[in-house]
Ligand binder design. Structure first.
Ligand code: ZN
Length: 145
């Protein structure tokens, strides 16, 4: 399914997809955050670290949440560095359109990079969502790392 259609569907349903994350999509978690594969990946093995509580701005994070989130980010970066030359950490906040953000619930993108790691299209008309089966497969693959 293409990105825009999925976003329309999410809007119509009125449910935050990160607050309603399916158990089988969770690769790892701690008390305050989840690790999950990006459903519309920019690169291969594009992962997301998401605070469990619905919040839009980082300023609303409590101290214990900040600490848990960064513990998970650092843990994942370590794992990714075993396979990739570099990792880009991306975070977007503010005006959704200008930021290029599609889900308001705050989240961090972990983008593994190496020479030759394919970067998928970020062009919204071409950007594709993985289907449920593909995302579960991706989550299970990374669980084994
Ligand atoms: Zn949410």
């Amino acid at each position: 399914m293409f990105y825009k259609e999925v976003l329309k569907k999410i809007k119509k349903e009125g449910k935050c997809p990160f607050c309603n994350l399916k158990k089988e999509l969770i690769i790892s978690e701690n008390k305050y955050s989840y690790l999950t594969p990006a459903e519309a990946p920019y690169t291969k093995d594009h992962l997301l670290v998401i605070p469990k509580r619905h919040l839009i701005d980082l300023k609303d994070l409590k101290k214990k949440e900040k600490s848990a989130i960064f513990d998970l980010v650092i843990y994942v970066m370590k794992a990714l560095k075993k396979k990739y030359a570099a990792i880009e950490l991306e975070y977007k906040e503010g005006d959704m359109k200008i930021a290029g953000k599609s889900i308001s619930h705050a989240h961090f993108h972990l983008l593994p990079k190496s020479r030759g790691n394919q970067v998928f299209s970020t062009n919204e008309s071409k950007r594709r969502f993985l289907n449920k089966k593909e995302v579960i497969k991706e989550a299970n693959k990374i669980k084994k790392w």
